[in-house]
Design a protein around this ligand. Structure first.
Ligand SMILES: Cc1cc2nc3c(=O)[nH]c(=O)nc-3n(C[C@H](O)[C@H](O)[C@H](O)COP(=O)(O)O)c2cc1C
Length: 279
């Protein structure tokens, strides 16, 4: 929940801040809950408190919070966007991932970042399975390699195999055991509200965007990832014992790059080839 504290302080709505602190301290990673009783009370009566204080607005009967962002000067904005482009341009898919451990708390942050992605009707139709268990990683590698062997020896077209030559991939997937974490992303095609099936919307788009956020967060943490799509990947549902409403979407090994890691010498398309302006 993003809140303009300054605006709220200006309006002398100090109580609002307590509500947000209560909200924040619900997060198990924030060790900030010595005031459990108050927290429970505040969270229970959050909406009426906000209404009384006049800091929320009811739209179609539903609470809406004030929202604002820091805005930049034109010069700052140019610099920020250009710096970010340069930073993101350094992201690469890395297949040489070392077995150096990565703390679970970091993975928590990466997954929570992915989960901030927009989604159709805010259904957040994803489950991120973070696998560090060596036995499970071995099973995933074995099953993926079986499928990939078949793909590289008959299922893939000549054109496809040719397109992959410069990238240097084959059916061997050592990174699936080597990486400290394999994030297996599942899309939830529907959900349950009690016993009743409930719909999800734009599931592929939503999960794709969440994976983009995840890759960006991994890069920001100084780690590397590989977007892997063993095909077909139904075996992941069995290995990870996922429910019927979840379908495997992507496999993303995450870790540090090997000391001697190499990536294909790829060029990215220039702006004229990827964008069309209508001014
Ligand atoms: C949907 C998708 C599926 C991919 N599947 C694989 C894969 O199965 N194996 C692999 O080695 N790389 C895979 N990649 C990685 C691409 O080869 C890589 O993103 C591309 O070559 C560009 O390189 P870059 O990510 O370093 O910019 C996949 C990427 C995407 C977006």
């Amino acid at each position: 929940m993003s809140v303009n504290y300054w605006l709220l302080i200006q309006r002398f709505k100090f109580l609002t801040i307590f509500v947000h602190l209560a909200d924040k301290s619900q997060n198990p990673r924030t060790d900030f809950a010595p005031w459990k009783k108050w927290q429970t009370f505040i969270l229970k009566y959050k909406i009426p408190i906000f209404l009384i204080m006049g800091t929320i607005k009811l739209i179609n009967g539903f609470p809406h919070l004030p929202y604002s962002r820091i805005s930049y000067t034109q010069k700052e904005m140019l610099k920020k966007s250009s710096d970010y482009l340069n930073w993101m341009d350094q992201r690469r898919t890395v297949r040489d991932i070392s077995n150096r451990p990565v703390a679970k708390a970091v993975i928590d942050h990466l997954l929570l970042t992915a989960s901030t992605a927009p989604s159709g009707a805010h259904k957040q139709p994803w489950t991120f399975c973070a696998v560090s268990n060596p036995e499970l990683k071995s099973r995933i590698r074995q099953a993926a390699e079986e499928e990939e062997y078949k793909s590289y020896h008959g299922r893939m077209s000549k054109e496809w195999l040719n397109d992959l030559k410069s990238i240097g991939t084959d059916w061997h997937k050592p990174f699936l055991e080597q990486a400290p974490w394999i994030i297996v992303v599942f899309k939830k095609v529907y959900d349950f509200t009690g016993d009743k099936k409930s719909n999800h919307y734009y599931v592929n788009e939503s999960v794709g965007i969440a994976c983009g956020f995840l890759l960006t967060a991994i890069h920001q943490a100084g780690l590397v990832a590989l977007t892997h799509t063993p095909s077909p990947m139904n075996f992941l549902s069995q290995v990870l014992d996922r429910p019927e409403n979840e379908r495997p979407f992507l496999v993303i090994p995450v870790g540090y790059p090997e000391a001697a890691a190499y990536v294909p010498d790829l060029k990215r398309k220039p702006l004229e080839e990827v964008a069309v302006y209508y001014e």
